[in-house]
Write a protein that binds this ligand. Sequence first.
Ligand SMILES: [Zn+2]
Ligand SMILES: [Zn+2]
Length: 572
Amino acid sequence: MDLQRVRHSTAHVMAAAVCRLFEDVKLDIGPATETGFYYDFDLPTRRLSPDDFPAIEQEMRKIITEDHPFERIEVSREEAVRLLKEQGQSFKLDRLGDIPEDEAITFYKSGVFMDLCRGPHLERTGEIKAFKLINVAGSYFRGIETNPMLQRLYGVATGSEKELRVLLQRMEEARKRDHRKLGRELDLFSAQEEVGGGLIHWHPKGARIRCLIEDFWRREHFRGGYEILYTPHIGRAHLWETSGHLEFYSENMYSPMDIDGNEYFVKPMNCPFHIMVYRSDTRSYRDLPLRWAELGTVYRYEKSGVLHGLLRVRGFTQDDAHIFCTPEQIEGEIEETVKFALRMLHSFGFEKISAYLSTRPGKAVGEEERWQQATASLERALKTCGIPFEVDQGGGAFYGPKIDLKIQDAIGREWQLGTIQFDFNLPERFNLGYVGEDGDTHQPYMVHRALLGSIERFFGILVEHYGGAFPFWLAPEQVRVLPLTEGQMDYARGVVERLKKDDFRVTLDEKSEKIGAKIRRAQQAKIPYMLVVGPKEAESQTVAVRERSTGDVGPMTVDAFAERAAGENVPE
Ligand SMILES: [Zn+2]
Ligand SMILES: [Zn+2]
């Protein structure tokens, strides 16, 4: 069954139901989504809430039972304008302008409901088997804040009731893991309107995890033969002209600032700065490869409507790197990069990794031979590492082929993370060269590479992957000592001091509460280990170890616990 068709057809049925139930409904668009559909309405007579869902669903079921055919009606542009004007569908009229001159203009009609739409649709409304409305939210027309606010009604639709139950269960699981919800509950991060949307504040616990990720990241990079750079956050207009960003990327860049009569832009990418470091000296083939990495914070414009927790933000830190090398080195470099990516991702518990390989599009810069060598090296590396991949033929950027790495998280969702991207454009624009063995100047290969993508987005994915229960090595608070009564407080302090000596992140619960309450609080904070100490433990100089998921581990000496914990204090 073509689920896209089912979902989009269900959107029409929902729109028809809304039109039956409420007055003066104006329609915008109602596309299929990954699990269902939505429709944007202007509904002057009613602000929808989940309380309205049963009535709308009931009306939808009626329309499905009535089994209307979806009729395709092709009209001229003039006729379409006339129809939409007659119906007062001003948003649709606006959308009509998006349809290219040479494209057919079609309406789809089911019962009395008729909608400007490209299709395709099911044959009849009766083919819709299982659906449910799940959410309603405000949404600006075309996602632009100065436009009218519409009401976006979301639903899910599947091929059968059974599939619907599975889907709703999976969504419930995802809801429990939502990084925005867990981010609040565990006090990890925030974004605040007063500061601006899409700008992330890392709270102490989130920041601690970020430090751990970054420390690990740096160590692995030094081990992998990289050097680390720090570069400015702003640069002069001329730099961004040379790089081509002002010509091709300006809609993602923020307005310039004036410094001493010169225009400066906040960086949307780190690449030009790394290139400037390359150009700061004459390079010889003996200097290559150069592998330079930076946790570089960049700022890119995103429409406010698409901002989403840590996943879509306006300021973020890329785990960026650029590799400059000779043609002879390229194959080895790419293979090492892919292996490096796998090592990094495995360390965070991602085992299922796949890739897209995007090849040369019709319009491209760079020599054909270089494209071939680059593409072959990417493909070979994926094969050598046993990574399943799909080829996106002709889907590469105009400046070089690339691979995108995808991971599957703990509940089976796929996320795109890292990219390994060749660039035949910037070395040309910045006139990069190295002196070869033959004494002539040659152009180096340049590869952009991010393994985690951005630290913000990666952290959001990690929160959901682990459901907030970070593994021992990443947990901001690893151990909490819980004295049974006031009488064990001194002994408990000693335990904390002992564990701090080994650099464990350990705290003491000093509240005078029942032990059950203390355990519950530590459990809610998803702390890996609780060490309960009562008179018996104080007497025998031990701790009663409790693990967050398996419960009681039993008593042991503090040294024995420290040894056990040290074994777990490493990436997976
Ligand atoms: Zn349609
Ligand atoms: Zn780059």
